[in-house]
Write a protein that binds this ligand. Structure first.
Ligand code: FO1
Length: 328
């Protein structure tokens, strides 16, 4: 059973910014705690057209995770998946570097059909969340195409070619978020950030460079965040200088940034507070922000619930006038 939320936040909306696997775990804890008061704004910089289908990997990871349908080992795709389509495709000599499971395929086919019929990605995603019985609103950062491109020493790669095709091996020089400045924010994402009673914005422990920066690159969203008066907090994606999963530490090394929570706090310039792992307690005094230590490695459902409650407690204590007993 989830912990009760702080009285000062009860019934008030909360926004989470989220990428794929790591972020979705916290989004699940938040959904279990505050359900329909939560809006999750999801990165779509990883979206791409594959085999004629519109694939939105981070949206699907969040949908499947919150619906209890995700594969617990991989973190992406659906549990109990079968791969007949991929096997048949391989036999025909088709492209198999990016794997679409048979069940997952239904989502991509349905999304592609809906988008071709004029439905927006926002409307399709919110409809799917309802259909899958999810209480929170799940919304893409934009209905317009924004493409994360990875600039390496040798070439500029579309995100999935770098992430899946090359397993993040090439040394990253920088990232580009094509069309982000021109893309309009999803109307639901903007409305959630502009809600007059907004209680908190929580940046999930997703990869800051690959997963959260594309959201922040959408100028409408960045400006809306600048105008947010509610506390904006982040959960560090690092524990002991390493990501639980994924290439965050490798990318930080390649960008010449120390892989620690101090760098995460500097990266998100607009933060009012940062949650770091209790084992990184020694870093607290080097961070120029209110810091809460917590156990941020989410192995069990209870871990997700507890961290979600910690986030809301921390945000509630950051409101001017609230008692500030930071966990230092
Ligand atoms: N990740 C992989 O490492 N290999 C895959 O073949 C793969 C397929 C895939 C299909 C659908 C989907 O929603 C996600 C998929 N992912 C795969 C994960 C995805 O590439 C990443 O998790 C995100 O884009 C980064 O957050």
């Amino acid at each position: 059973m989830s912990a009760p939320r702080p009285a000062s936040l009860r019934g008030r909306p909360v926004v989470a910014l989220c990428g794929g696997v790591g972020g979705a775990k916290l989004a699940l804890g938040l959904d279990r705690l505050i359900g329909e008061d939560l809006t999750v704004i999801v990165n779509t910089g990883d979206d791409f057209e594959h085999l004629g289908l519109h694939v939105s990997p981070d949206i699907d990871t969040v949908l499947y995770t919150l619906a209890g349908l995700s594969d617990p080992e991989r973190g992406w795709g659906r549990a109990g998946e079968s791969w007949n389509f991929m096997d048949a495709l391989a036999a025909l000599g088709g492209e198999t570097w990016f794997r679409l499971g048979d069940r997952d395929l239904a989502m991509h086919a349905e999304r592609t059909r809906a988008l071709h019929g004029g439905t927006s990605l926002t409307d399709f995603t919110t409809a799917m969340a309802r259909r899958l019985g999810i209480a929170a609103r799940i919304v893409p950062m934009s209905d317009d195409r924004v493409e994360t491109m990875v600039v390496t020493e040798a070439e500029t790669l579309p995100f999935q070619r770098y992430f899946v095709g090359l397993q993040c091996e090439p040394v990253l020089k920088r990232l580009e978020f094509r069309n982000a400045e021109r893309a309009a924010a999803s109307h639901q994402a903007l409305a959630a950030l502009r809600h007059p009673d907004l209680a908190a914005v929580i940046i999930c422990p997703s990869n800051p460079y690959l997963s959260v920066d594309p959201i922040l690159a959408v100028s409408d969203l960045r400006h809306a965040l600048d105008d947010v008066t509610a506390p904006i907090i982040a959960v560090s994606p690092l524990i002991g200088g390493q990501a639980v999963k994924g290439p965050t530490a490798k990318i930080m090394a390649e960008l010449g940034v120390p892989a620690d929570s101090v760098s995460i706090a500097r990266h998100y310039r607009f933060l009012n507070g940062l949650i770091i792992d209790e084992t990184d307690r020694a870093e607290v005094d080097r961070i120029d922000l209110p810091v809460q230590t917590a156990s941020i490695w989410m192995r069990s459902l209870e871990d997700r619930d507890r961290l979600a409650a910690d986030c809301l407690d921390f945000a509630a204590r950051l409101v001017p006038g609230a008692e500030t007993g930071m966990g230092r």
